[in-house]
Design a protein. Structure first.
Length: 406
């Protein structure tokens, strides 16, 4: 081997060692993915004088991060099917009629049995002998592996941070939702109120409330926001705050509904809506005033009389002003039971995809309304569990009951 050849190989090795040191330093300095790709391209293009190269990386899908020397852009290309399963450096056929026919070799980058990328290299056979070409290919593969594993670790670290951030957000939203519900509900000889809440996910979209207005009147309500998760919890939190502010200002249900509708539309910009049932009972007058804004109709059982409370309006937050508002008003109520619920109850499906429905719910309430409210809630949840069989619940389940004794 000539002195000139030995010197050339020595210089090449020196370039490769320096390139590895530079890449390692860049990784240790926590440079961005874009910077790492630029250093990678500069090293192969300038230092090793690689003529053609395309680096395809698998993120959610395949994409070309770097390319140069080809007759056309590789940006819209994806690796051919016959290359996705490569495990070793593979010489490409010169007879290919696609963009990959311009390259000489395909170099898979594999980490923990997972293909992270494929490097396509061309223009090497004409410039170097086979031994030098093999050495360069091993170096390119090693350099690619270092870069891609470092970038993969960055992605994993970023995902972990995002997951931790999401976990904290969910924890906060869960606490926010917990504070939506009243700390305690009356359960005395004159007035009994019972509530059951089974969230489908950690963060649900249901809400119920009991608000004493004075010694003779109280407000009872139940609501369900479209969608789930953090946005739903925050919207419902704002909804609760608005409602509690409004009831200190007025006892007029129409005014309350109109203002709540406006507030929801302002906050959600029409992207979410809330179904809402609200009523005010007066012990002295023995009257129940209510408005049902697109919510599942509660069941009122007064002796032998069973009523579905449907009077009201459409859902809140969909339009302003509301197209109509009808207030329901029931008199001579002094011994009754009111059952409110969200659609998670009636839409629970059995294994034949049949819904529990309002008919079964109505029959259940008719047969059990004389029992203690706590017992009724326990029994209806058991009934839903038996009905759904092996199916899971599809939505939050909320039941709110009120019993008035004379």
């Amino acid at each position: 081997m000539s002195a000139e050849s030995i010197e050339s190989k020595y210089n090449l090795k020196e370039l490769q060692v320096n390139a590895l040191l530079e890449i390692t330093q860049a990784i240790n300095n926590n440079l961005s993915e874009t910077s790492l790709y630029k250093i990678y391209e500069f090293t192969l293009r300038a230092n090793l004088r690689t003529q053609k190269l395309a680096l395809f990386v698998l993120d959610d899908e395949w994409g070309c991060k770097i390319w140069f020397g080809t007759s056309r852009s590789c940006e819209e290309e994806i690796p051919a099917e016959d290359m996705l399963g490569l495990k070793t450096v593979t010489k490409l056929s010169e007879e290919r009629d696609d963009i990959f026919g311009e390259f000489d070799y395909a170099l898979p980058v594999i980490h923990k049995d997972r293909t992270l990328a494929i490097v396509f290299v061309g223009g090497m056979l004409t410039n170097h002998d086979q031994a030098t070409t093999s050495s360069n290919l091993r170096f390119i593969q090693a350099l690619s592996n270092i870069i891609l594993v470092a970038i993969e670790n960055k992605k994993l670290a970023r995902q972990q941070l995002e997951q931790e951030s999401l976990r904290k957000e969910l924890e906060i939203a869960s606490d926010v939702q917990h504070f939506l519900f009243p700390e305690s509900l009356p359960y005395g000889p004159r007035l009994k109120i019972e509530a059951s809440y089974l969230p489908h996910d950690r963060i649900g979209g249901d809400y119920y409330d009991y608000i004493p207005l004075n010694k003779n009147q109280f407000l009872l309500c139940i609501a369900d926001v479209s969608g789930k998760g953090i946005p739903a919890a925050l919207l419902m939190s704002n909804f609760q705050a608005s409602l509690r502010t409004l009831v200190r200002q007025t006892g007029n249900l129409r005014e309350i509904i109109e203002e709540l509708n406006y507030q929801i539309l302002e906050n959600a910009k029409g992207e979410k809506f809330i179904t809402f049932f609200v009523c005010i009972y007066d012990h002295t007058l023995k009257t129940l005033a209510y408005i049902n804004a697109g919510h599942n109709p509660p069941v009122l059982i007064n002796g032998e009389d069973v009523q579905w409370l449907k009077e009201g309006s459409t859902v809140l937050g969909a339009m302003h002003p509301l197209p109509f508002i009808n207030e329901g008003f029931i008199t001579d109520l002094e011994d009754f039971v009111l059952f409110c619920y969200t659609d998670g109850v009636t839409e629970t499906q059995n294994e034949e995809e049949e819904e529990f429905g309002e008919h079964r719910l109505s029959n259940f309430f008719k047969d059990h309304h004389t029992r203690d409210l706590k017992k009724i809630h326990h029994d209806i949840i058991i009934a839903l569990d038996n009905f759904k069989g092996k199916n899971g619940y599809r939505d939050d389940i909320t039941i709110l009951s009120c019993k008035i004794n004379p």
